[in-house]
Design a protein around this ligand. Sequence first.
Ligand code: SAM
Length: 420
Amino acid sequence: MELKERISIEDIDGKKIKIRLVEPEDNSSAILTHYLHNYNNGIKKYYEEDAREYINEFIKYKELENKVKFDVEEAIQQLLFQVENVPFPTPKNYTFKFIDLFAGIGGFRLALQNSGGKCVFTSEWDKYAQITYRANFGEVPFGDITKESAKKYIPDEFDVLCGGFPCQPFSNAGLRKGFEDTRGTLFFDVADIINRKKENGTPIKVIFLENVKGLKTHDKGNTLKTIIATLKELGYNVAEKVLNSKNFGVPQNRERIFIVGWLKDSEKSFNFPLGMDNDSNPIFKSEDLHKTKLTSVKSILIENPGDKYTISDRLHAGHLRRRKEHKEKGNGFGFSLFNGESVYTNTISARYYKDGSEILIEQKDANPRKLTPREAANLQGYDKQFVIPVSDVQAYKQFGNSVSVPVIQTIFSEIKKQLL
Ligand SMILES: C[S@@+](CC[C@H](N)C(=O)[O-])C[C@H]1O[C@@H](n2cnc3c(N)ncnc32)[C@H](O)[C@@H]1O
């Protein structure tokens, strides 16, 4: 019989139904959306049993409530439509598969989908980042990746693992500099996933990681050394490079370290692009960096930001006072002003929501203003269609934590050419 009432993932999210499988860490909507997103490929088997159970329980509930019969296949068709009716659906003819760890709002996913990739697993535990992720990609990320309740759903069939994992010291670092030294950190979980796939006979072809530039000097260089040693121990060649977003067509001075690992037995090597030119071609030599794509802060500013982003007289006075005090002490700290003509801004960080002091935009006849969330999105190279469904505070945190999409996309097109 026909579905009288529209069935939706929200009903399952909203726990209208009691599900036997619900664990302390509730991944039910992640399981369901991953199932639906992989409905037409072999990956669906990893999610099928649990997802079907949710759908059946849900239908039973609906039948009791409405006293009519519901058809499971029709319910699935409706749900399928919902998860693909989003701004950034799976590319039609994808050529490789990847997993998106520490996914944030999906900066890696956007870039890899643009390169023809299909995401088959994602994890991000922050509930606000999950909201943004789902609104744009139609998939709810799994929660805490250190937990078996998330890890056990990672499929075997994928080519690339990507993630910007939080940087932590390795307490035993320096002993052996390898896999076991990383236990208790989030990098250990990355290494553990790589190791499981290796032991399974389905080794991951490429590892693509991002981190703050400070990783290089973190714990006197031990942290990065241990990460590289661990990837080598797991059978990978490794290349790393600090790159600046301003060389990739976004007007932001943002330095980040990128680490690429590829299987040792592949006899390949990897050459990082250092930037991209006006035609979006990669640049490989530092002496060619003057040919980078020309842009200015004007390119990310919107027309009518609204008054609410103008900082108050009190905050402005505070900024001016601190700047004066710092100047007198001889250090340069203070707030930073930019305008449309500026070539690039400072780095936008997750703390931008506090007072915006790192990037303020000059205004005629008014106090300076903060960037709007949309401008923060533009500054990180996010597409105009990217939906921002959360509060300004959450949005600043999310874009501040994110990768610059064009940087990931340029590096990834080289990974595809050179390594996949
Ligand atoms: C630096 S951000 C990565 C942002 C991402 N690359 C993007 O483009 O939006 C690191 C993310 O890891 C998430 N995270 C930290 N620990 C986690 C865990 N145990 N399980 C899942 N996600 C975690 C944080 O919530 C944060 O969003």
